[in-house]
Design a binder for this molecule. Structure first.
Ligand SMILES: O=C(O)CCC(=O)C(=O)O
Ligand SMILES: [Fe+2]
Length: 733
């Protein structure tokens, strides 16, 4: 085989049988070297895995996914601090987006680590096996497959060393005994809409090597070459796809390439290329080879011969994988792996490692430095109500003005606001963009309570019937700015709290917008991929229109190229639209979630997703499209006790799944014929009212939130019937 140029266009095929004879092994090692250095991927054929063991595993895998949801939930990953068990559809996040796959993680059965062991040792531990009575022989099937794959994988420790002209045992030092093999069983259901096209987002694997069994004939696996072009890696009968993880890249100081890959769920990947019939769900079974969790930079001592080092090009591969994880090998590999798992499985992170999750999402300085792959240092800038704008902006010498910090910051920097009340006199203009791997972050410093009070800003309030200039809208006025992240901020008394115009790819988490003189949180204009999590928006009103048009959360227009899409998850909107201010006449309407509106000329399709959110006690509707076209998706939301309609969709095409509407003043829903409605309270025959819930005590959700932004779990609006529909305050459920 010829050595491939830097940008490979095909994925090499290596024959494992060639390793067993002295005559054929040198050619195998040459091909392996090429694959390791230039591609990062190869197909392995003739690995000694018995076909009935493989077929049995695939059959058991399909049977496991076919179990009823409640059986799968018995072994949900959130129960396991070892990140083992079931993850439902959409539970995993890669490259900051939800993956549309369902999966089970199993691993070499290992005991729970002792209390004196480092925290990261919890990555290993006992499995959650499915009930043997329900799916007999499952565990033995997994173990039989791993028993055959493990020696092949371990043999690659020697083969790789030899391919790089090292001593065959040179890599042995990097492994624990026993090696932890981690197996994922993955199901990618056919996508229901274009928004579900990310099977798994662009990423590099973390471990040593991955051995992937593509268990169905679907196309979809794609590998990114060094020029950034995506190359398809379709299944080849009888093969495993092997790829290099970041840990192997790290210990070989970049000689071996961890290559970015993804699974695309484009509709055509689900069709039989011969007759166009549907292939059903895609299944795949990767096995990841764990390395020692205790490795640190100091352990990387391999000396490569010069001719091997020369193979490594200087030019940087283009990669769409998140750069964040380049930073994970700074401490012990176990620490990096744990952070990676926590970010990928945030429900597990919230339950078992809440502090680490908060820090990891905040991208705090302790993980922000790359040891092996130098990246620019991200700066931290501090702002305090007691600071001074002549100060250096450090923790000890903070700035005073948030705007000065915003102006000084570069992409990738974090602006920390110290606790107390910040009182800007001009609104904070955010008009520059970060990147997906170097976002700007504006956040409260370590659990401190930060209020930004807009009372001194223009337009608080504007006169009756006066208009408010665009640039005066919002304590945070975000315009044409991308890749900003906002955490833990309370915005009060502003001319709007958050006002975003023509801004995409921004992330808002644990934001409170209350008592503003217009809508609390408004996203307007061209906007895609904004995410709003754990928002509390209440008490907002607009005196300049006698209270008519202030909403808790509003998302308007959606003009311009492409669709505007916002994901709203785990939020509550209540009590909007009531005259608490003695406006006379009072013209408040007040919806829970107004998902459209704005100037007719600018209204374009917007594909919003609203998940696990509650609208209650609002003066008008719970959830409404408000004239917005687009493909909406509403999953497990609850509209309870709103004065008008629970769910009102006429212009958008909404797919409503597993929502509840109960005790709303006019009617549960107002849906045009085009709406797709399945598994919702109104799709069944029963009636839903207060008695359908374990509790309707609103005080359960009006207290302080937990540190991670979640509301204290309670029985509020949980169906008495036990059905898994409607929103829950147990956000992990
Ligand atoms: O499903 C596949 O083919 C690939 C899965 C993958 O890349 C992963 O889980 O790391
Ligand atoms: Fe992968």
């Amino acid at each position: 085989m010829t050595i491939q140029p830097d940008s490979f266009t095909t994925i090499p095929i290596l024959d494992y049988a060639a390793t067993t004879s002295a005559a054929t092994k040198p050619a195998f090692l040459a091909d392996l070297r090429n694959a390791l250095v230039n591609v990062g991927f190869f197909y392995l054929v003739n690995a000694p895995i018995t076909s009935h063991i493989k077929e049995d595993l695939v059959a058991k895998c399909k049977a496991l996914f076919d179990l009823p949801l409640e059986k799968k939930l018995e072994i949900e990953m959130v129960n396991s601090k070892h990140f083992l068990g079931y993850s439902r559809l959409g539970a995993e996040i890669t490259a900051r987006k939800q993956d549309f796959r369902e999966q089970f993680d199993f691993a070499t059965e290992l005991p729970e680590p002792g209390p004196d062991q480092p925290l990261y040792r919890n990555i290993r531990g006992p499995n959650q096996w499915p009930d043997e009575a329900v799916i007999p022989g499952f565990r033995s099937s997994v173990e039989a497959y791993l028993a055959q794959l493990s020696p092949v994988a371990e043999n690659f420790q020697a083969l790789i060393a030899e391919a790089l002209d090292l001593h065959p045992t040179a890599l042995k030092q990097f492994f624990d005994n026993p090696v932890q093999q981690k197996m994922k069983l993955i199901k990618y259901p056919p996508p229901r809409s274009e928004s579900e096209s990310q099977g798994v987002g662009a990423h590099k694997d973390s471990e040593f090597l991955t051995f992937l069994l593509q268990a169905t004939p679907h196309y979809g696996l794609e590998v990114q070459n060094k020029s950034g072009v995506w190359i398809s890696a379709p299944p080849i009968e009888g093969s495993l796809v092997v790829n290099i993880g970041r840990a192997l890249e790290a210990i070989t100081r970049g000689v071996c390439t961890a290559t970015t890959h993804r699974v695309s769920l484009a509709p055509w990947n689900y069709l039989d290329p011969v007759d166009g019939s549907s292939l059903g769900p895609r299944f795949s079974i990767p096995v990841f080879q764990g390395m020692s969790l205790d490795l640190s930079v100091d352990d990387i001592n391999l000396e490569f011969p010069e001719h091997i080092m020369e193979l490594v090009g200087d030019e940087k591969a283009r990669s769409d994988a998140e750069a964040t994880f380049n930073k994970i090998f700074r401490g012990r590999t176990g620490e990096g792996t744990l952070i990676h798992r926590i970010i990928s499985h945030q429900d597990v992170g919230r339950r078992w490692y809440p502090e680490m999750l908060a820090r990891a999402l905040g991208e705090n300085s302790i993980w922000a430095v790359a040891a092996l792959f130098p990246v620019a240092f991200a700066a931290d800038i501090y702002v305090s109500p007691d600071g001074s704008d002549d100060a250096a902006g450090t923790l000890d010498a903070p700035l005073k003005s948030i705007q000065v910090a915003v102006d000084q910051a570069s992409a990738g920097d974090t602006i920390y606001l110290r606790g107390g009340t910040h009182t800007p006199t001009t609104n904070i203009q955010i008009t520059k963009s970060g990147t997906s791997s170097a976002p700007y972050v504006l956040r409260a410093y370590e659990g401190e309570a930060v209020i930004i009070d807009g009372e001194e800003l223009p337009g608080t309030p504007a006169d009756l019937d006066a208009s408010l200039a665009n640039s005066d809208r919002g304590i945070l006025h975000i315009e044409d700015a991308e890749y900003w992240e906002f955490y833990d901020l309370e915005l009060i008394n502003g001319p709007y709290g958050v006002y975003s115009r023509d801004a995409s790819n921004n992330h808002y988490e644990r934001i409170v917008t209350r008592d503003n003189y217009e809508t609390g949180f408004q996203i307007q204009g061209t906007a895609s991929n904004n995410v709003v999590l754990y928002l509390d928006s209440y008490g907002n009103r607009d005196p300049r229109k006698n209270g008519e048009s202030a909403d808790g959360f509003a998302c308007k227009e959606g003009s311009g190229e492409g669709n505007s899409a916002v994901t709203i998850e785990d939020t509550i909107s209540w009590g909007n639209g009531f005259n608490r201010w003695d406006f006379s006449p009072f013209e408040g309407d007040g919806n829970g979630y107004k998902l459209g509106g704005g100037d007719d000329a600018d209204i374009g399709p917007a594909n919003h997703r609203v998940i696990n959110s509650i609208a209650f006690g609002n003066a008008k509707d719970g959830f409404t499209d408000n004239s917005q076209p687009g493909n909406f998706e509403l999953i497990r939301n609850t509209a309870w006790d709103n004065a008008a309609v629970g769910f009102k969709f006429g212009t958008a095409v909404a797919t409503l799944t597993d929502n509840i509407a109960a005790s709303n003043g006019e009617k549960p829903t107002s849906l045009s014929d085009e709406q797709v409605s399945e598994g919702n309270s109104w799709d069944g025959s029963g009636t839903w009212d207060d008695s359908s819930f374990v509790s309707v005590d609103v005080t359960l959700v009006q207290g302080e939130r937990n540190a991670d932004g979640t509301i204290e779990a309670s029985d509020f609006l949980i169906p008495v019937s036990g059905e898994a529909i409607g929103a829950t305050t147990d956000w992990s459920a």
